[in-house]
Each structure stands twice: as structure tokens, then as C-alpha cells.
Design a protein around this ligand. Sequence first.
Ligand code: SF4
Length: 557
Amino acid sequence: MAATAAASAAAALTYRHDGHHSVFPAFSVHPPEPSRLFLLKALFPKPYPFLCHNYPIAVAASSRRCMLPLTPHAASVDPSHAFLSADEDKPRDECGVVGIIGDLDAAQLCSLALHALQHRGQEGAGIVSSDGSSLHSVTGLGLVSEVFSDPGTLAPLVGEASIGHVRYSTAGAASSLANVQPFVAGYRFGKLAVAHNGNLVNYRNLRSALESKGSIFNSSSDTEVILHLIATSSSRPLLARIVEACEALEGAYSLVFLTANKLFAVRDPHGFRPLVMGRRRPTGAIVFASETCALDLINAEFVREVNPGEVVVVDSRDMSITSLCLMPSKSRKACVFEHVYFALPNSVVFGHPVHSSRYSFGAALARESPAPSADIVIPVPDSGFFAALGFAEASGLPFRQGLIRSHYVGRTFIEPDKEGRNLAVKLKLAPVRGILEGKSVVVVDDSIVRGTTSSKIVQLIKAAGGAREVHMRIASPPIVGSCYYGVDTPSSEELISNRMDVEGVRQEIGCESLAFLSLESLRGVFADEAHMFCDACFTRDYPVPPRNQEVEQLVEF
Ligand code: SF4
């Protein structure tokens, strides 16, 4: 029975990762146990790894009829232990998405828009295009400039519509091409591609329910659940399937879907993650993107946000636009951390210019926690820049560029000992001794997560820069909770502000004084709209309760 169910599910919903970079990670085969083998009657033409209840399995190449449990070699190596950067101690947004329809250069424009969103994910990128009848896919590991370095890479991506994705992944899945989006699936009525920014809190339950009905998963990404829900829905047409699938999801999702002739954009009812709609001036093409900076780069005018809980459909045959709402509607809870750290300062996110929010955070911080004895204000570049500017102007202190950031150092292979971690910060940030020497310095940063980088920055400014005093000012409240809505934050035990009070953190990072922006001042920047923002990582007041329960792992062969 299990074999029949698995085989029929695989036939109904097949996954394709056949871009030019599509090579699955190396696998080794456990000694096959006879009780775990079953015949697949040559359903699959080649070795093809799947995940079932998080247990890797594959169709064996030689016999074409055995399903064997597998172990990825990569699972025994955690690459994050060896590759370090000065940004290790920041939360990471996990993705950025783009969708374009109605332009002959859709794929090329999509690659440019992905460049603009590169800060939202650096470990994988991909584009799927539609030529009106077929979908074409190219995905790869690395930066957009690496995946699409050769102009010929874009050649297969023909057609007037495309969707794209940049991805940051957690360490365990970092090197897996199977997790790089957009995903392409074949279901009963054609092909469908999807790109997702966010995180589903009921992913495990949904996946377990689907697997118990025979669905076979090809990745460890929660996005694949959405495709299975669409494929197994009995509703018609596709729009109704997408609505039905999305109404089963809980958590954060900004999605773009592509079929042969339609582009869909969907935002979850709380609107955690951003998604905007624009129109290209020269061609009238419709563009969807995570941030407005992507619209700017490809000459698209901002039209409006995709509203929380909205599904927008654009049909390439007449460029008609249809919109409907997911039910039930929920209170808006946009991620305030987009304004604190993630989004580029030249973007307008949730209706507010990001540079302006950060400036206001810094100015409010100067008013509530001044440092009157200081000589100068410097930012931790780049994300502390506008907050430091606001602090300096509100306090009347001179703004100086006391730290220089290297933009040419990415993740660097360094021994993961204490000396190596210090070196990672030095490679990224260099003090300007002529500005800092002998000074009492206010250092403005956007946030403190584990505190490990902050202590190194203080050491750097004092030892290499020669500063007399360091007064740290943080342009957000203490982070005390993990995020469950698409942002990779450490466990709450690792968050320094969850373990100690402000004085404890000050002693840990070794500065003369330390102050965080108060929650009231953070909310005050958004005035009447403050209740429409999620600030759960500062309050633990989660709009959608996290679900940590493990689903029982069933192995049934
Ligand atoms: Fe954003 Fe924090 Fe809410 Fe996550 S918990 S969505 S990072 S504000």
C-alpha cells in the first residue's frame, strides 16, 4: 500500500531541478535491508533523491526498482563552523522574490531585480521563465552574479514572464541545490513554479499530513508543502487551488507563482514580509518584488503594496489583473525588523522609507539616552549609518566615518577559534585611527544579537583605533525572542539580551556605556500604525504562536 501511494503521488506531482547547475549533493547508501525495499516497477528513469518524513530516500540507479534509505555526506559537516564573516552575528532574512510579466526581456530584468535584492539572500538564486506554453528553469548556489555570471546562462530563460528568488539558508541545508528556488512542479493540469519569502509555522503538521497521504518530498523547504497542497486540492481552476492551499498555511509567506500564461502574487493575511507591485515605464510590464529597490533598478514605477491576505493574478494573454482576498482576514503585522536591519535604506517598505525610519530611531535614541561627554558619533557600517546620522544631528555631536567596511570580503574560511573570529571582524571593518585616536566615541549599531561581534568592534575601536571611551547606542530594543516568520535568528538561549540585563551586556562587550532604543520610541516612529507591526523578537508577543513540537518520524518501507 505504501509503495502504491508513494508512486501515485510521485506521478501526480513530479519535481524538476534541471537547470544547468542541477547536481544533487553526494549520497551514500546504507546497506539495504530487505524489509525496507519495495518495487517501484521502473517508474523512475534515474537516481532521484526524495525526503520522506525528513528521512532521505532515493530510487536506485542500477535496479530502477529499489527505494533505499540514504545519508547525505554533507549532513556530517557543518560548513558554518569554518566560514565566518563579520555579519555572523546578525539575524538573516531568508529570501527575496521577484515576478515580471509582459516584457520580452523578463528573465534579464528578473536577474537585475535579484541583484537589487541580493542583501536578502546570498546562498542561492534562480529564475523560471514562461514562453507561453512551457516553463524554463535555471537555479544555482551562490550569489546572483555567480549563478548568472555567463550571459549564456540566461539564454534558455525565454518568454515574456519570469519569477526569481534569492535565498539565504540555515547551515544544515546551505549547500543543497534541492532547496534553491523557484521550485517547478508538474501537476494534473500543467506546470507551476513558485518562489517564497517567509516561514510557515504549521509546516511540520502540513507535511506530516501530506506524507501520510503518500506525498513524497524532494527538499527540506517548507515551500514544497504549498505545491503539494495545490496539487492535491480538488478545487478548480488553479486560482481556487492556490487560495485553498494558502488558507491552510499559518505564518509568513510572500509568494509568486508562474504558470504558462499567468503570474500570481500572494501575501499572507498578517503581511509579515513585504511584497510590492510596480509597472515598467517602457513596456507596461507588471512587476512584483520584495522591495522597491528592485523596482527602481529596472525602471518600474511603484504602484502599490500587495495587501496582506491578497492574491493578485496577471494574465499574459490580455494583461488583465484580478485580485481577491484570502479568508479569514487578520490584523496586519508587518515585520518591524525590515526597518531596523533587513531592507535597503533606499527602499520604501510597508509604506515607510527605510532610511527615514532608521534616522528617526537614531534621533529618538539620542533624546532618551544621550552621551553628553562624547566627542563624535560613528556608525557601524552599513546598517548603522542612518541611525548614527539621526543620533548625531539630534545630539549636536559631529558625525564621522570612524569605521570603514570592506565590501570585498564575504564569508571567509577562517579557523573557528577565538583568534579566527576576531580576524573575521578585522577583515570586514577597519578603524580610522586619525578620527578615533584619543576620542570619546558614540558607536551606533542597528541591533545586538549574540553580542559576539559588538565586543570585537569595541576592542577594535579602542585597541587599533586608539579611542579613549566607547559608548554603544543600539537603534532597536534588546532582542529577546527568536523569529518564526522567515528570519533566521539564533535560539533564545543564544540571544545575549535574553540571558542578561543591559548592565550585564555592557560588561560583556566591554564599553563605557550602553543603551538600547526603548520599545515605546521604536513604536513611536510609526505612530498610529505601530499596532500594525510585528515586534515579537523584542516582546515575545507572537502574532501567530510558534509550534515547536516534533512530528513523529515514521519509517515505513
Ligand atoms: Fe520581524 Fe521580529 Fe516579528 Fe520576526 S519576530 S517577523 S524578525 S519583528
